[in-house]
Design a binder for this molecule. Structure first.
Ligand SMILES: [Zn+2]
Length: 259
């Protein structure tokens, strides 16, 4: 991070007053933050303040963005980069929030070359180099294994530095071959489970595409970590290295990453 940027950020933090009651209320509404230490909560609070200062969040279709809505989105968006830094969200500024599901027009070409146009209802969308679009109604339904904000912001990570399949690239303190290998094998295993017709604990949507697999597994990593650590221990260990977090608390001092 450049000197000037870091100076601006320190100044921003020094002069921003965040209402402690509002912070507490938002933090209490997000149960998956409960495993964070006081130091981590402090860092998350700082990141959220900087996120709100550096990104432009707009409500659309009559949705008024209250301070609580803005802070909640910022906190959830910053959780994945808590130990990576806001630099991972560089190159775009917009967050657009719809009151509920939004419809977008899509076109798809079939095997015969015929282009089909259809409307699709979406709860979130992330544009490469562009905004993140969220449905506040869906963002408010966060629960174990389901979090629209984390899902869309995870897409931003592979869009910043990803391979051509849709997985994010390993960063400096990771083994790139192990990362790729574990992601690919876990994705193949998940797709086979979906194809078998058996119900999956983790959202089937993860089988749509490697990028969706990463986004859904990131949701699970942060909001249903024990399930991911139990069912996909190797993937959990790799995601823990990628995010530099261990939400299930299963890794420190042990070699419990493998099966
Ligand atoms: Zn997605």
């Amino acid at each position: 991070m450049g000197f000037l940027r870091s100076w601006h950020r320190r100044r921003m933090l020094a002069r921003t007053r965040l209402d402690p009651a509002l912070w507490q209320r938002v933090a209490d509404s997000l149960p998956f933050l409960r495993g964070l230490t006081d130091a981590e909560m402090g860092r998350l609070r700082e990141l959220a303040i900087l996120f709100l200062a550096e990104k432009e969040m707009h409500g659309t279709h009559g949705l008024e963005l209250t301070d609580a809505v803005r802070l909640s989105i910022a906190v959830q968006a910053c959780l994945p980069v808590l130990n990576l830094g806001l630099e991972w969200y560089e190159g775009w500024v917009g967050v657009i929030v719809y009151p509920g599901e939004f419809r977008v027009r899509k076109e798809e070409m079939d095997e015969l070359g015929v282009v089909h146009t259809f409307d699709e209802g979406l709860s979130g969308e992330a544009w490469p180099g562009g905004p993140v679009v969220l449905s506040w109604q869906d963002a408010g339904m966060t629960g174990a294994g389901y979090n629209v904000v984390i899902h869309e912001f995870a897409h931003k990570l592979h869009m910043l530095r990803g391979d051509d399949e849709g997985f994010p690239l390993a960063h400096g303190d990771m083994d790139p071959a192990a990362w790729r290998d574990v992601l690919k094998r876990a994705y193949a295993r998940f797709c086979a489970e979906v194809d078998s017709g058996a119900p999956t604990v983790i959202d089937e949507y993860a089988g749509e595409h490697p990028a969706e697999f990463f986004a859904v597994m990131s949701e699970t990593f942060f909001t249903d970590s024990a399930v991911l650590a139990r069912d996909y221990p190797e993937l959990y260990a790799q995601l823990a290295q990628f995010y530099r977090q261990d939400p299930a608390g299963v890794l420190p001092g042990t070699a419990s990453g493998g099966k």
